[in-house]
Design a protein around this ligand. Sequence first.
Ligand code: SF4
Length: 243
Amino acid sequence: MSTGDLNFYDDNVKPGIPEEYHRLLRNHPEIQKWISRDHQVSHRFDCPLVACSNLLGNRQYIDRHVKLVRPLIRDRDGKTIMVKITPFLITHERVEKALLVVFPTMPYERRHHFATAAEKEHVEREGFRWTSYKEEMRKDIKADAREKLDICPPDMDETPLDGEPTLLIRVHEAQARARGGAKGAFMKSSKKPKASVDYSRGHPSSRCGICNFFLHSRWCALVEGQIDPDYWCELFEKRKEKK
Ligand code: SF4
């Protein structure tokens, strides 16, 4: 998600974080590879906190209320021009997701800090002032915190909402609506019910915690609902260890 935790909105780049992020990129080339993979962008759902990724990470969602063209101050002459902000938001989301894939146990907050550093670099590389961009985006945070969630992406990666059970319930209700509630089906969930894949207690060498599809910290890319790392199902595929 693009802008931090519900309870503390944090868009500051912490000292040392950009250097650490670049060190990670140098030592783990798979991060950059993952960030650069093909992906789609959708602007038709409600996303708590501005933007999010899908479970597989090949689609990023930007809240449908977010205005994608915004006035930003150009660094070289101080002029304000209208700029499409989509690429900056997407950079943030893709970095967060790539870090989750490469480091499944890295806490969301840490991923968010690295992603904010990458987002800032992108804004500045394009010649705009980070302060002006932040000011613009804060308007969306305020709006989002109060926003009614009507339809949420059915395949949304919910890991950033761990620790926000009330919001998660609202998201699940809005996902149910998006799958075909009273307002009609926007998209069918591609996830399978547990009963259809023989979800049951696993074994030390075959369990969700070491499965390719397991998403920190209790979600699966293929199977519905919360997942216990010690269980497994017939879709199990052992995650390859990093060298
Ligand atoms: S074993 Fe099945 S439920 Fe568990 S993470 Fe893998 S695909 Fe998901």
